[in-house]
Design a protein around this ligand. Structure first.
Ligand SMILES: Cc1cc2nc3c(=O)[nH]c(=O)nc-3n(C[C@H](O)[C@H](O)[C@H](O)COP(=O)(O)OP(=O)(O)OC[C@H]3O[C@@H](n4cnc5c(N)ncnc54)[C@H](O)[C@@H]3O)c2cc1C
Length: 265
């Protein structure tokens, strides 16, 4: 490890100003991605600003039309919440499929979406449900939040405070997990509700995307048969030791078909 300044912020404002006043400041949530990145010298920030003491960033609120999750809420809490299970069972399931128990206890929704790993699960729910990301500066539509591989619309000192998910009429998430890490080789989140008919795909491309051909077909008829013959173009998909672009394209259709079947109960 190399030297850096470490601070535990006690409020959102203090955290944001500490990062903006640093040479190169970084927020730390559970450290699940950030700490390995530092150890490998892939990032060398001058200041780490820990969000762990900011109580207002942790928690889940459910009302008649939405589920609100604080940025520092760990995946395990989202998965275990009966309120989330009742309102959006697909979101509870998704959180329970992330990594292993330690990752689910330390990793947070804010850290996950801010990091925007191409194989992360939460981005598919944010886009697949038409959620809104709230920061200390503004509200960002889920569709506009993810801008590239490991890139988001966030500014350097901008802190995600919460994510608001509209409650869908039906929704489901299916993923083909990497057997070692559980990250998504391909994950498909489908929903129908106040944000229209949505199909969001993670793991397959550089970052989460909507599958518009499948959305149009499901808009006409929300049934597994509607998507089973729709092929995903593999031109821009990821290809690595885990799966070829062609195989990922195939999985997009399979995961979508299974997700629609599950959403229909
Ligand atoms: C072994 C392993 C397996 C995993 N498997 C999966 C999986 O199957 N599916 C999956 O989706 N994920 C998986 N993950 C990722 C994990 O779930 C975490 O969500 C992710 O690592 C982020 O961790 P964190 O919340 O601790 O954020 P940190 O590592 O602390 O931070 C990550 C980044 O986000 C920034 N950040 C953190 N919080 C905020 C905020 N509120 N506002 C703005 N920026 C912020 C930090 O500055 C940093 O750049 C895995 C991780 C590990 C280590």
């Amino acid at each position: 490890m190399y030297d850096f300044n470490y601070k535990r912020a006690s409020s959102v404002d203090e955290a944001s100003s500490s990062v903006s006043n640093a040479d190169e400041g970084k927020f730390v949530a559970g450290g699940m991605t950030l700490l390995p990145t530092l150890k490998q010298r892939l990032a060398m920030p001058s200041d780490l600003v820990d969000l762990a003491d900011i109580g207002e960033l942790v928690g889940i609120t459910v009302d008649s039309g939405s589920v609100t999750i604080g940025a520092m809420t760990p995946h395990a809490l989202v998965h275990a919440s009966d309120d989330v299970k009742n309102a959006i069972p697909a979101l509870s399931k998704l959180a329970g499929l992330i990594g292993d128990p330690m990752v689910r206890n330390r990793g947070t929704i804010g850290g996950s979406i801010s990091n925007n790993d191409p194989a992360a699960d939460y981005p598919s729910a944010v886009v697949g449900l038409g959620a809104t990301v709230h920061t200390n500066k503004r509200e960002i539509a889920g569709d506009d939040f993810f801008t590239g591989m490991f890139e988001t619309a966030l500014e350097e000192d901008e802190l995600v405070t919460k994510v608001i998910f509209p409650t869908p009429e039906k929704a489901a998430y299916m993923k083909f997990p990497n057997p070692a890490s559980r990250y998504a080789v391909v994950g498909t989140f489908v929903s129908q509700g106040p944000q229209g008919t949505r199909v969001a795909v993670t793991g397959a491309g550089p970052y989460v995307f909507r599958q518009s051909d499948m959305e149009a077909a499901l808009e006409a008829n929300f049934a597994p048969e509607s998507v089973e013959s729709i092929k995903q173009d593999d031109a821009d998909l990821n290809s690595d030791i885990h799966a070829s672009a062609e195989y990922r394209a195939h999985l997009v259709t399979i995961m979508a078909k299974r997700a629609v079947a599950e959403a229909n109960g």
